[in-house]
Design a protein around this ligand. Sequence first.
Ligand SMILES: Cc1cc2nc3c(=O)[nH]c(=O)nc-3n(C[C@H](O)[C@H](O)[C@H](O)COP(=O)(O)OP(=O)(O)OC[C@H]3O[C@@H](n4cnc5c(N)ncnc54)[C@H](O)[C@@H]3O)c2cc1C
Length: 367
Amino acid sequence: MDATNCRVGIIGAGSTGVYLASLLVRQGYQVDLFEKAARPRTDGCGILLVTSGMNALAQGNPQLCQQLIKAGRPAQRFEFRNLKGGVVNTETVTLQPDELPSMLIHRKAILEALLADLTDLPSHNIGFHFNYQFESLSQTDDGVTVHFTNGQQWQGDVLVGCDGIFSQVRRFVAPEAKTCYLGDLVWRGIVADEQFCADGDFILYVRGRGIYSNFFDIGGGYTHWGFFIERVQDETEIGRPRPNNKTIPAQELAKLPSEARFVIESTPTNQIVTNFSYDLDPLPILHQGRVVLLGDAAHAKSPSRARGMTSGFEDALALVNYLNDSQSVATALAGFEAERLPIVHEYQRSSREISRKTGRKKQKTAA
Ligand SMILES: Cc1cc2nc3c(=O)[nH]c(=O)nc-3n(C[C@H](O)[C@H](O)[C@H](O)COP(=O)(O)OP(=O)(O)OC[C@H]3O[C@@H](n4cnc5c(N)ncnc54)[C@H](O)[C@@H]3O)c2cc1C
């Protein structure tokens, strides 16, 4: 397709949307990126960015990939412990020649690198619009029109929904889609600590007694931790991202060995985030006409296999390749869907299966 005659709108400036924008602008497409927040959302916690995600970055932007290798820590060792602190299993990472590492890294470092890269690109090819909340869309054979809650509208050739797990664009592609509560309430934090996790360590306290926890080194003297408890939602919490009470229950934290508990307890409260864990039932399609879904909007999954951010980068690379190699938007989006649907379904299936394993109570499905 002729990139210079193709106007692409992207809803959502998370990792998927920003990476897609930079790939498209590099190829000469006219891109408008819309974000409902007032500024780029670079907050968040630690991310395990597995090798397939690193490959998707290396193929699209090798320099960015190298930057992230410097900004985080290559994963070196996965250690599985029981709740008494005993080591159950250790896996040391061995890379093949030329294999990219899986990275342990702060989400902020990833987003800042992606945004800096985008800012360096020719500004006449990209419009970056904050305070633009997607509201609705209509489309014809010739184009898409988008309406925003601020009264503005946009017209173009392709619209890409990268607006996360609670996507609004998805209503126009797969209105029957359902998020599913996975039964976990999660706290995550970043703390200045170099003692608990050595260089490139990922430590997991395997699920038991209704809790699960992980800790990993993200470089720069910081450790990421995640603490999950199994919890039935109150009636008022069903379908909501966060609980009414955000305090970690002391009796649940007490189930962790003292050295792990200490890491969590020494984290400043403003560095802790909490949310219910949801995933998305697999969608039967990823596009409808000229509108296509990528990243969490298309296939949000349990973090159990760390395929979330990675699969958004893979989607972005695949979509740009199909747009470049196809004669029309229709063929490009059909090719993209045929390639990606089986892959993302497998990620969703296996991530949900692992997350539901062993000793869990029955879960409820939320609309
Ligand atoms: C507990 C937990 C741990 C995780 N750990 C990992 C991990 O280790 N490794 C990994 O790869 N993944 C992990 N993930 C998943 C990963 O964080 C997500 O898959 C990834 O961030 C999704 O990126 P995205 O850009 O698709 O969506 P998002 O990051 O959700 O971005 C969506 C953007 O769209 C904007 N938006 C939303 N609605 C609108 C609207 N109506 N109009 C305009 N803008 C809108 C939002 O403000 C946001 O900026 C984890 C997730 C959780 C919950």
